[in-house]
Design a binder for this molecule. Structure first.
Ligand code: NDP
Ligand SMILES: CCCCCCCCCCCCCCCC(=O)OCC(=O)COP(=O)(O)O
Length: 328
């Protein structure tokens, strides 16, 4: 073994040699070159993204609250021409006024149109599509954001509740997408976005109808992406974790009544403002599948695939715990 001072001497000699190597060879210019190319790439990406969204006709469902409302703000600021959808006409008008009153941005902004309809009413979607297409003559980006959640045990849940959740979260967005596709195919241009959920990738107990509707959403829009490639139509599926919105308050329960509670998980969720910015970036970069969640939910997705037995045990234990806390 070498004495300590000798080891330190060797270490500093090594440092000097490494520095000599870096300065005497092409490594330093190469490093600077790589950083430069990377920064240039990022700059170009940002410029392309901005150009893609500026003046684009963007339809947002569920724009009256939560994530949809924040998406309306960020896309408006990016210079998009908006068609804002929801059931509550007054809330849509109020948002339009708020956007018009917002501070001037660097890009030219456009007064949004509003179209009020119920996604769970198949008849309303045909009329709404015609109205949406009349606003600007075409649609560049459709953001299927509207949705409701649910809380309940499968054994207590009425089929009407299952249907309501599926109609709002799956059949409605699918019908609207299909109604708008022909005009996109004709132009060979368009972008369909589905706001799914981590629960579109994994099912957690007491969320059957919601998780089923989001799994169906993932499956449908994955198929759509493959089928639309020939027309250069983009499809982006976004799966967020908990967001601080009124989703849990507005959720339906097993008997169809409103849940009306702000859950702790929801209250501690990400800010919808930040999530909306991530949605804007995902759309601008034409991402295909995006998970916007913390480490644990993201790991749970891998666990479901790689160790399903373990994942199912964890979910059963979660169900036991939740039942116990409800009964106590
Ligand atoms: N919050 C969260 O933790 C997470 C949310 N998501 C998803 O984000 C999306 C937005 O939800 P979020 O903002 O959180 O919740 P909110 O309850 O705040 O917003 C839901 C929106 O959907 C609209 N909506 C509901 N039912 C219908 C209907 N039948 N027809 C038309 N519009 C309807 C509501 O508008 P109105 O009532 O005015 O019609 C409202 O604008 C949903 O798809 C949700 O599943 C995904 C992961 C996590
Ligand atoms: C290798 C180690 C892996 C450890 C994995 C542990 C498993 C932990 C389970 C985590 C479950 C996360 C569930 C996340 C659910 C979620 O984010 O949902 C988003 C929503 O859509 C919320 O809707 P809700 O109505 O349920 O509030």
């Amino acid at each position: 073994m070498l004495p300590k001072s000798n080891t330190q001497g060797r270490k500093s000699l090594l440092k000097v040699r490494v520095m000599d190597f870096i300065t005497s060879t092409a490594i330093l210019p190469l490093l600077f070159g790589c950083v430069g190319i990377f920064s240039l790439f990022k700059l170009l990406q940002r410029m392309r993204m901005k150009a893609y969204l500026r003046n684009a006709v963007v339809v947002i469902t569920g724009a009256t609250s939560g994530l949809g409302r924040e998406c309306a703000k960020v896309f408006y600021t990016a210079g998009a021409r908006l068609v804002l959808c929801g059931r509550n006409r007054e809330a849509l008008e109020e948002l339009t006024k708020e956007l018009a009153a917002s501070l001037a941005t660097k890009v030219q902004t456009h007064k949004p149109y509003t179209v009020a309809f119920d996604l769970a009413d198949p008849g309303a979607i045909v009329a709404a599509t015609a109205e949406i297409l009349q606003c600007f003559g075409y649609v560049d980006v459709l953001i299927n954001n509207a949705g409701i959640s649910y809380r309940g045990a499968i054994v207590d849940t009425t089929p009407d509740v299952d249907k309501k959740v599926m109609e709002t979260n799956y059949f409605g967005p699918v019908a609207l997408t299909k109604a708008l596709l022909p005009s996109m195919i004709k132009r060979r241009q368009g972008h369909i976005v589905a706001i799914s959920s981590i629960q579109g990738k994994i099912s957690i107990p007491f969320r059957s109808a919601y998780a089923a509707s989001k799994h169906a959403t993932q499956a449908f829009f994955d198929c759509l992406r493959a089928e639309m490639e020939q027309y250069e139509i983009e499809v982006t599926v976004i799966s967020p974790g908990y967001i601080h919105t009124n989703l849990s308050v507005n959720a339906v329960t097993a008997d169809g009544s409103k849940y009306g509670v702000m859950d702790k998980t929801t209250a501690q969720g990400r800010s919808p403002v930040e999530v909306a910015q991530d949605v804007l970036a995902a759309v601008g970069k034409k991402k295909k599948d995006v998970i916007l969640a913390d480490l644990l939910p993201s790991l749970a997705i891998y666990l479901r695939t790689l160790a399903p037995g373990l994942f199912f045990s964890l979910m059963a234990s979660r169900a036991r715990k939740e039942r116990k806390s409800k009964n106590s």
